[in-house]
Design a protein around this ligand. Structure first.
Ligand SMILES: Cc1cc2nc3c(=O)[nH]c(=O)nc-3n(C[C@H](O)[C@H](O)[C@H](O)COP(=O)(O)OP(=O)(O)OC[C@H]3O[C@@H](n4cnc5c(N)ncnc54)[C@H](O)[C@@H]3O)c2cc1C
Length: 398
């Protein structure tokens, strides 16, 4: 990896959405940044790749080149019955394939000045008064003023600094060739498809991504259940590449250490209701970067800044945790609450405006007045594809 003489401003471990967001802003501010990942890119990452408007608004650049479909309308059911249509005049989700999204973001981050390297296993993280040293299993060491742990739900950085607070959710996903699926071209959520969770179908142009999510790691489902779900909603058992992965949840209790900041799933940043994690990964990465730049450039204690700035994420995670407790424990009443006309309209307007769940919950009477600002990714996608999202999905599916 490197010799022990290097002294950097920041080492970022993990080049997913959290790590790239942090490294991008750190490099942009002129700090020396080493971005480490144990994998070379492109690499697969189990994820449905749905990027919400609030996440798109956070990104410093357009990701239009890797958007495959833009969803405006959602179909939401309780175990395939009681179908409710959540409609929006404006886009609410950009569908991507994570392998493509992550490679695109990594390239943008490297172009901004972050030095990307593949790392061996990390054996030790030693923090002292003036900095922090990372030691690999081969004995290489690297020293920096700060480390950003962005290495996902199974975070090695988190384990090495002895932070055991993060809980886990679980999800499994696979792909169905759009030609072999019956004509479902909508973004669909089937709640109660599994205990404490839901099934999804997300269009990606030439294929559909199908999967199952549960907000607890004891989820009693496996690949056969994903295949059964695909048979039920898409009329095919031909599901390729079924993979599962935990999600890091419970970040409402996370408090940063002095020089090692956890971000994204490593900090429990995925919300437990739907398992959306990309938004908080990007946001926490950017907040960690902002705090570090403040200390390196202006001498303002980064730990205090990061802890304070995380308040908004913690509030949102708490709201999502309360809502998901209420929702999943009270089916079908929870489903009725979610899908009544007022909730549907507020949620869709809030999603299109890029609001967090917390903000929608506390301001839903104002939802008709939420401003829908232009988002460059969505504008570029429409300009370059020359088609509205639904037409594009059908065309690509042939
Ligand atoms: C099946 C599934 C579907 C999902 N669908 C969605 C969705 O549609 N929308 C959404 O918003 N969220 C979704 N999520 C959640 C989302 O994937 C995560 O919340 C998000 O990826 C977290 O980003 P991150 O950067 O924190 O971590 P990750 O994306 O997990 O990135 C971590 C990076 O760290 C690297 N790494 C790991 N360990 C080490 C190590 N020891 N040393 C060096 N590098 C290491 C990994 O290779 C990886 O590149 C889904 C999750 C799953 C499991």
């Amino acid at each position: 990896m490197t010799g022990s003489t290097d002294h950097l401003d920041v080492i970022v471990v993990g080049a997913g959405p959290a790590g790239c967001a942090a490294a991008y802003d750190l490099a942009d501010a002129g700090l020396s940044v080493r971005l480490l990942d144990r994998k070379s890119f492109p690499r697969p990452k189990p994820c449905a790749g749905a990027v919400t408007v609030k996440a798109l608004k956070r990104l410093r650049y357009s990701i239009a080149p890797v958007v495959r479909y833009v969803a405006r309308d959602l179909e939401v059911t309780l175990r395939g019955e009681r179908v409710r249509h959540f409609r929006s005049r404006h886009p609410v989700i950009a569908m991507t394939v994570r392998e493509e999204l992550d490679t695109f973001c990594l390239e943008a981050t490297r172009a901004r000045g972050a030095d990307f390297r593949i790392t061996r296993d990390i054996a030790e993280i030693i923090e002292d008064e003036s900095g922090v040293t990372l030691v690999t299993s081969e004995g290489d060491s690297l020293r920096a003023a700060f480390i950003v742990g962005a290495d996902g739900a199974n975070s090695r950085v988190r384990k090495l600094i002895g932070d055991a607070r993060v809980a886990r959710a679980w999800a499994l996903e696979g792909d169905v060739d759009a030609r072999s699926a019956k004509a479902l071209r909508v973004t669909r959520f089937d709640f109660a498809q599994v205990a404490n969770g839901y099934g999804w179908v997300f269009p990606k142009g030439d294929h559909l991504n199908v999967g199952l999510y549960a907000r607890s790691p004891e989820a009693a489902f496996g690949p056969a259940d994903v295949i059964g779900y695909a048979r039920q909603v898409l009329g095919t058992e031909d599901v390729g590449r079924i993979v599962g992965h935990p999600l890091g949840v419970g970040g409402e209790t996370y408090a940063p250490a002095r020089r090692v900041f956890l971000t994204g799933d490593a900090a429990g940043g995925a919300e437990p209701m739907l398992g959306e994690g990309i938004h908080n990964a990007i946001k926490s990465g950017q907040l960690a970067a902002e705090a570090i730049v403040g200390e390196v450039r202006g001498g303002v204690d980064a730990q205090t800044t990061y802890r304070r700035r995380l308040k908004a994420i913690r509030a949102d995670l708490r709201a999502c945790a309360m809502a998901s407790d209420w929702f999943y424990r009270r089916q079908p009443r929870g489903f009725r609450g979610l899908s009544n006309r007022v909730a549907r309209t507020s949620l869709m307007r809030g999603f299109a405006a890029g609001k967090t769940f917390h903000d929608i919950f506390w301001t839903f009477p104002l939802s008709p007045f939420y401003a829908i600002d232009p988002v460059e990714t969505l504008a570029q996608f429409e300009r370059e594809s020359g088609q509205v999202a639904s037409e594009l999905a059908i065309t690509r599916a042939g």
